[in-house]
Design a protein around this ligand. Structure first.
Ligand code: F6R
Length: 612
């Protein structure tokens, strides 16, 4: 939620800000703004996307070698020019950008108003910059000290970068529960919400920890200290990220590129971690805690959105293959309902970004109660990756499209490996089935490649339904969560209302919705419940519903009942979601495109939900 970028050095800051904001736009795109220091402060802010800001900036003084920039996902105050960042202090000396929520902003605001402060926006951020100003002026403090004292009074989450016009050779940054990365260049510094705006300039980075404040100066120094004023030694890390993977590489949208990347990202997720021929699986994180995991009383999976759907599939995988009881929880509910967690539980967090606020909070709670906490994340060095006792990276590469695609299949790949590893150790599956599943897992990338070759047929079917107002997705067993995921993809990028249901539940309510205008997408590639799915399709057809069925190659039965069939290669049932989700991603993508939607930046959404 909200993207921050900042620069201090000898180069012109504005182009670095704009490029950085474009890379961070997935985090929010309600408004954008930059502040440039060039003797005086130039602040340019605009409702809308970074492009709108660029257009607005034409003809303005954009000089300056120190700058801060922001792309906003609105929390406090509607998306308009007034509420756009950067915000300015009352005396015009300080300006800051902020990601997060200051929960006690109202109390602070009232106290500051009594002292004569006047506010021009509805944001919590403007309150923060006034608070820093008040403390700086009252106690005559240097900016980093004023920030430190002010943050002691703040309740909530923040990542901030501050400019002090009177102290022009430095930037002050701080974080609590919202990410911030500092890139160390040869004679300059880059600061951002994630590493994507930085990687093109330097691979040397420091991830700021919670309640840490950093001061970067033009003399090349970097100082880090805590809010309680303890000096910290910067831990410099090397970024493992390729710039090319941040580009669209010829695709119209990042989402389409990311859908097409899946054969490679799944192979990357398996690389070095398994060998079907030799029959082994090695997962660093699991190896360390293998005893604890195989003896666990239960696994509790916490996640949100698409990652939660991956968790639901994991429930089938762990229970079916490794016979480990699993509970799958929405992180936002779990954290607030006083759940029973013991030291014998393993709590697994699934998160693409590794920054989702609710998932982080759920994990922190589980950690306090003594459970082993394990993270399965995509973004290297993210907050969840650093909080957990152990974990595995998905290795899907940067996912820029707001709708998650390759991270989902990356999560499924890793979860399958984990379940198989534990099943093998516990002896809950036969050796031959273990080998069969491993061998088939190696075939999955090629099979996805085959489905992708069929994109034109899916685009054609999408064209038939682009005017739909509602859609129903049905699946059973391993493919029930895929129905939920298909429905989520459709609604979030095309704004068509869609529901996912276990196919057999249809009779208990949703069947009332079915008529000739309601497309019903049935995931029908399960082997075990095949006849039951055929009956479900018959039930829909009997009510004049229109059926699009995802079937195994060569299926002759459903072809004669359904209105449209999309064939996908046959596979083992526990691996079937890895294939069945692909046509659903494409279907949602093409419908959204045909409806003129911006699939990479759907309205009201942000990629990284760092507020609750
Ligand atoms: C949907 C989507 C979201 C995320 C959710 C969790 O396409 O992307 O539902 O899955 O916000 O995000 P992460 O996985 O980053 O914790």
């Amino acid at each position: 939620m909200c993207g921050i970028v900042a620069y201090l050095g000898n180069k012109s800051a504005y182009p670095i800000m704009i490029k950085g904001l474009q890379r961070l736009e997935y985090r929010g795109y309600d408004s954008a703004g930059v502040a440039l220091l060039n003797g005086s402060l130039t602040i340019i802010r605009r409702k809308g996307k970074v492009k709108d800001l660029e257009d607005f900036a034409v003809g303005k003084n954009l000089s300056g070698t120190v700058g801060i920039g922001h792309t906003r996902w609105a929390t406090h105050g509607k998306p308009d020019d007034r509420n756009a960042h950067p915000h300015l202090s009352g005396n015009g000396r300080l300006t800051l950008v902020h990601n997060g929520i200051i929960e006690n902003y109202d109390t602070l605001k009232k106290a500051l108003e009594k002292l004569g402060h006047v506010f021009h926006s509805e944001t919590d951020t403007e309150v923060l910059v006034h608070l820093i100003e008040e403390i700086q002026t009252r106690d005559n403090l240097v900016i980093e000290e004023a920030v430190r004292v002010a943050l002691q009074k703040v309740v909530g989450a923040y990542a901030i970068v501050v400019i002090d016009k009177e102290d022009p050779d430095k930037l002050v940054a701080a974080r609590k529960a919202s990410p911030l990365v500092i890139g160390i260049g040869t004679d300059d510094f880059y600061i951002a919400s994630d590493a994507t705006p930085i990687v093109e300039y330097t691979k040397k980075v420091v991830y700021l920890n919670d309640e840490e404040i950093a001061v970067v100066k033009k003399d090349g120094s970097l100082q880090i200290f805590t809010i309680s004023n303890e000096m910290q030694k910067p831990h410099i890390q090397q970024l493992d990220m390729e710039l090319e993977r941040l580009e669209k590489e010829g695709f119209d949208y990042f989402m389409l590129k990311e859908i097409h990347e899946q054969p490679r990202t799944i192979a990357d997720g398996m690389r070095g971690r398994m060998n079907a021929e030799e029959g082994w699986i090695r997962l660093g994180g699991v190896a360390e805690y293998v005893n604890k995991m195989s003896k666990a009383q239960r696994f509790i999976i916490v996640a949100c959105g698409t990652s939660w759907h991956a968790g639901l599939i994991a429930e089938y995988l762990f229970e079916d293959l490794a016979r480990i009881p699993v509970e799958v929880e929405y992180a936002s509910e779990f954290r607030y309902r006083n759940p029973i967690i013991t030291e014998n539980d393993v709590v697994i967090a699934l998160s693409q970004s590794g920054e989702t606020a609710d998932t982080m909070a759920a994990l922190e709670m589980a950690k306090e109660k003594g459970a082993l906490i394990y993270g399965l994340v995509n973004v290297v060095g993210s907050s969840i990756a650093r909080l957990t006792d152990a974990g595995s990276y998905i290795h899907a590469g940067p996912e820029i499209g707001v709708a998650s695609t390759k991270a989902f299949t990356g999560q499924l790949t890793l979860l399958t490996l984990m379940a198989l590893k534990l099943a093998y150790l516990k002896g809950t599956i036969t050796n031959s089935y273990f080998h069969e599943l491993l061998t088939e897992l190696e075939n999955i990338p090629a099979k996805i490649g085959k489905i992708l070759q069929n994109a034109e047929q899916i685009e054609y079917i999408a064209g038939e339904f682009k005017g739909a107002s509602n859609a129903l997705y049905l699946g059973r067993g391993y493919n029930f969560p895929v129905a939920l995921e298909g429905a989520l993809k459709l609604k979030e990028i095309s704004y068509i209302h869609a529901e996912g249901y276990p196919a057999a539940e249809m009779k208990h309510g949703p069947i009332a919705l079915i008529d000739e205008n309601m497309p019903v997408i049935v995931i029908a590639n399960n082997k075990s419940a095949y006849e039951k799915i055929v009956s479900n399709i018959q039930e829909v057809k009997a009510r004049r519903g229109v059926v699009i069925a995802i079937v195994e190659e060569g299926d002759e039965v459903i072809k004669h009942i359904a209105d449209y069939t999309i064939e996908i290669p046959a596979t083992e049932e526990p691996l079937s979601p890895l294939l069945s989700v692909i046509p659903l991603q494409l279907f949602a993508y093409y419908i959204a495109i045909l409806r003129g939607c911006n699939v990479d930046q759907p309205r009201n959404l942000a990629k990284s939900v760092t507020v609750e």
